[in-house]
Design a protein around this ligand. Structure first.
Ligand code: UAG
Ligand code: ATP
Ligand code: API
Ligand code: MG
Length: 488
């Protein structure tokens, strides 16, 4: 595609330097992936400034540069007001507006996005469609899986991935939408058909500063829903009636609302919930009838996740029987309430709970099922919301009988300082501090007796411990398995 054609989607720009109109073969905002024929888009980031890499991009063969500063180069420079917006518009055009040509479901909320996206995927797959998933765990369609750097990719990677999905005949893409992604406009120009809200509690205040900013970011998914460009299908906002933030969503969106919750006032609600050790059953009530649901996961939070998935797939007009089958057959989600089994007489659960609310939810589910003591091995991430540390510690000590504070991705911080922040939430409580995560897990295992439960919280599917800038291989599930294997 010629540069002039590509930039025609930007309403205002200035073309500086040579008037030659190069063919653009690729787009990049990182100088290292610039090759001959690349349009380099310089973005000012949180840590680095892409404008500092323009010269290197030119040396690497860039055909043109797009940026928001005045520059004189030997190649064409497209000067715009907002290069992040331009990145979204240009990549959308370059990849042929893939989101307009498929059904896109976006899921946002503090907790449950990954779980809900997998529940929805299981239902939509069961209904016979081809799905693609983009989220914390991976970008995946069929057997093809790519590792994610972010839960929500930047607009370049997002459009690239959607276009790849389309080339593989994906008809429904399911995207986890983070508040960072929304605040940074990673989804600009992405035509979402169904937006799902799970819940909103405290997280990410390191980035958002205030809960108001966090709420505002989340609401963008719903205010940006708009209307469908190519197909005459209605847009839907799926909201959790039992979360007060849904009121703000109702005001922010012009899409049709489908609400869910545990109360009869919701469009989709659950009754007769029964909790098993490994599964949960309930009756789902929807505007088109009721159906018995059985999900192979536990906890009331997973009933909410299932209801959100039922509402979203009901919006796609998937029959209730297929919804029930899809949920019944869902695969377990890596690192979400994963049981480590090595014939030990107690239960070990690895779970990605890394917020006060998710930790509380998961511990409530454990307390319901346990007969003995509850061990909680938990830490808090470095360079992340410090104010959630004492709250997570309080939840751990509120539900756990034996609590061990340890390290969880200290990043640039001293793990001992992170634990000091946690300790401020639990004066007078009993807990142990074992900085080394493996030793902390080993200690819990050495103390646990028959019928006890050990929750190893915070890292779930993660395969590394981030210490400084180093990524040290570490997998809670593997570590726990190795420690108990052969011991019983
Ligand atoms: C704070 C934050 O969100 N940062 C994200 C952001 O980085 P940035 O734009 O600020 O990038 P930067 O590193 O400052 O660089 C600026 C520009 O210079 C360019 N550059 C940089 C270095 C270089 O050598 N050459 C070069 O050209 C970069 O390509 C970039 O265009 O944009 C990048 C590309 O999209 C993201 O990968 C990066 O996520 C970092 C890794 C991150 O940790 N993000 C977390 C906080 C995050 O976004 N988390 C949410 C999930 C949260 C949840 O739900 O729990 C997520 O969606 O992942
Ligand atoms: N609906 C829910 N409400 C509260 N907690 C939940 C809910 N669903 C899952 N959880 C808890 O939160 C943890 C993370 O769940 P999940 O990965 O689905 O959330 P997420 O929103 O994708 O998280 P992230 O923002 O890190 O991507 C789970 O391991 C579980 O402990
Ligand atoms: N997406 C979340 C993951 C947190 C996982 C936890 N292990 C940590 O490192 O804090 C974040 O970046 O805040
Ligand atoms: Mg996730």
């Amino acid at each position: 595609m010629r540069l002039s054609e590509l930039v025609s989607c930007i309403p205002f720009y200035e073309w500086k330097g040579p008037t030659s109109d190069p063919i653009i073969h690729s787009i990049s905002h990182h100088h290292k992936s610039v090759k001959q024929g690349t349009l380099f888009i310089a973005l000012k980031g949180e840590k680095r400034d892409g404008r500092d890499f323009i010269q290197q991009a030119v040396l690497n063969g860039a055909a043109a540069v797009l940026c928001d500063i005045e520059l004189s180069l030997s190649i064409p420079v497209i000067q715009v007001k907002n290069s992040r917006h331009a990145l979204a518009q240009i990549t959308n055009l370059f990849y042929g507006y893939p989101s307009y040509k498929m059904n896109v479901i976006g899921i946002t909320g503090t907790n449950g996005k990954t779980t809900v996206s997998h529940m929805i995927q299981s239902i939509v797959d069961y209904a016979g469609e081809k799905t693609g998933v983009i989220g914390t765990l991976y970008m995946k369609q069929g057997a093809q899986t790519k590792t994610s750097i972010n839960t929500t990719p930047d607009s370049l990677l997002l459009q690239q991935t959607l276009s790849d999905f389309l080339a593989h005949n994906v008809t429904t893409s399911i995207i986890e939408v983070s508040s960072h992604g929304l605040a940074q406009g990673r989804l600009f120009g992405c035509d979402i058909d169904i937006a799902v809200f799970t819940n909103l509690t405290q997280d990410h205040l390191d980035y958002h500063g205030t809960m108001d900013h966090y709420r505002w970011s989340k609401s963008l998914l719903f205010s940006q829903l708009g209307h469908n460009h190519f197909m005459d299908l209605p847009k839907f906002a799926i909201v959790n009636d039992d979360d007060p933030f849904s009121e703000m969503i109702r005001q922010a969106t012009s899409a049709h609302i489908i609400s869910y919750g545990l109360n009869e006032r919701s469009d989709v609600y659950a009754s007769k919930i029964t909790y098993g050790r490994h599964s949960t059953a309930f009756t789902a009530h929807t505007p088109i009838g009721t159906i018995n649901i059985k999900i192979p996961v536990v906890g009331v939070f997973n009933v909410y996740n299932a209801l959100a998935s039922i509402a979203a797939t009901f919006a796609k007009r998937i029959p209730l029987s297929a919804i029930a089958e899809g949920l019944k057959n869902m695969q377990s989600v890596p690192g979400r309430f994963e049981i480590v089994e090595a014939n030990q007489p107690f239960t070990i659960i690895v779970d990605y709970a890394h917020t006060p609310d998710s930790l509380e939810n998961v511990l409530q589910a454990i307390v319901k099922m346990r007969a003995g003591r509850t061990f909680v091995v938990v830490g808090c991430g470095g360079d992340r919301d410090k104010t959630k540390r004492p709250l997570m510690a309080k939840v751990a000590c509120g539900y756990g009988t034996d609590v061990i504070f340890t390290a969880d991705n200290p990043r640039s911080e001293d793990p001992a300082d992170i634990i000091k922040d946690m300790e401020e939430g639990v004066p007078g409580h009993n807990y142990s501090v074992i900085l080394d995560r493996k030793e902390a897990i080993a200690y819990a295992i050495s103390q646990a007796k028959e019928d006890d439960v050990i929750l190893i919280a915070g890292k779930g599917h993660e395969k590394v411990q981030i210490i400084g800038n180093d990524l040290i291989p570490f997998d809670d599930k593997e570590v726990a398995f190795e420690l108990v294997k052969g011991a019983f």
